[in-house]
Each structure stands twice: as C-alpha cells, then as structure tokens.
Design a protein around this ligand. Structure first.
Ligand code: FES
Length: 205
C-alpha cells in the first residue's frame, strides 16, 4: 500500500515482455486496498492481473499540526494530492484544492478554488502539497503570481514532481533526474515528493 506520493511499479502479466513498468499512485485508500490515481493505461481493464513492486520513493509528510491544507495540482488529474484527504480529515484539517480539473466524488468539505486565488490560498494555508510535471517546473515557478504564492509557501510546502520512473531506482537509469538546490536528484528514490525549498524559486529582482 503506497503512502500519498509514493508509488508501486506495476506491470500487467500479459505485458511481461514490456520493458517499462508503470508507476501507480494512491488516490484514496479502501478497506482492502486502494484506488489508484488517474491516469492508468487504457489497456488495463477490470480483471487485468498486475505484478506490483514497492512501495517506492518518498511521499508527502503531512505535519500533524497542519489545520489548513492547500492541495494544488498542475497535472492532468489532482488524484495524487487528493490522496492526502483522508489524513487531513483524520486530524481535523480544512482542505482547499486548486487544480485544472476536479474529478467527481470530491467531498463537499473540500473547497475548490480557481487558479487566480492561489496567492490568497497560499496566505491561508499552513501546509501545502503541490503536484507539478517536471517539464513545467521552470515555467510554473517563474510565472507570477505563482512564484510569489509559492515563495509564501516555501518552508511548509512539498511538491510532487511528475516524471516517468521506469526503473524505480533499481537500474540508475537517470530518466527521472530533477535539478534541485542540492544538485541532480532522482525522483524515483529521492522523491518523487521534495520539499519546495529544495526546488529553486527564482527571485523577482
Ligand atoms: S527511474 Fe531510473 S534512476 Fe530513477
């Protein structure tokens, strides 16, 4: 069972010859397992048998004292940050979500906010979990008002870097390399969740 932000490497039994397993992330726990965050391969239909390896990587660490949690996703689906919902509710935290699209079934207690309110939401939050595709890190972190908002969050925010992780760190393939303040890190095992302070936020001046 992966924790929020961690992953399992999955391969369909019928695709055992395929060299690339697929990372599967938690969206929400169930009684006997978990719902996986979208997207999943279209070839996987109900009844497909999967080989699973993991959990792998470092996930989100929700501070026990957090009471106002901002979830923000620049990915196609916010499922990976929504995986924190249950833990947030367990500790009585309010949750706000900023995302491109919102899947059905999100509890009414989650406040859905438009992207334009990010600066306000960043001032309100006492913890933030972000999901950003690796290819967009530079442009997202450099654009205002996003960079100003994230600077407010720096120090109490974590960011999931979305990238492919074909070997899960087992073969050191380097496909998942991420530039950080501490040099090149591997999203597959040093992440995919990093403290926002590790990821450079350009200064305005
Ligand atoms: S996925 Fe191969 S080193 Fe990270």
């Amino acid at each position: 069972m992966p924790a929020p932000g961690q992953y399992l490497l999955a391969q369909a039994a019928s695709e055992a010859d395929s060299p690339l397993p697929v990372p599967v992330y938690l969206a929400a726990p169930t009684r006997n397992g978990f719902y996986a965050a979208a997207p999943l391969p279209v070839a996987w239909t109900p009844g497909t048998s999967l080989g699973l390896k993991g959990p792998l990587g470092k996930g989100f660490r929700l501070p026990p004292a957090a009471r106002r949690v901002l979830l923000a996703s620049w990915s196609g689906s916010p499922g990976r940050v929504l995986a924190l919902l249950e833990a947030c509710h367990r500790q009585g935290a309010e949750v706000a979500l900023v995302a491109e699209s919102t899947p059905a079934g999100i509890p009414l207690s989650v406040e859905i906010l438009p992207r334009a309110t990010l600066p306000e939401a960043a001032r309100w939050a006492d913890y933030a979990a972000l999901d950003i595709p690796r290819e967009q890190i530079e442009s997202i972190l450099a654009s205002q008002p996003v960079s100003d908002s994230l600077r407010l969050l720096s120090g109490y925010a974590q960011v999931f870097i979305e990238t492919s992780v074909p070997c899960g760190g087992l073969a050191e393939c380097g496909v998942c390399a991420v530039g950080t303040r501490n040099g090149i890190r591997l999203a597959c095992k040093d992440g995919p969740v990093f403290d926002l302070t590790e990821i450079s936020i350009p200064d305005r001046h």
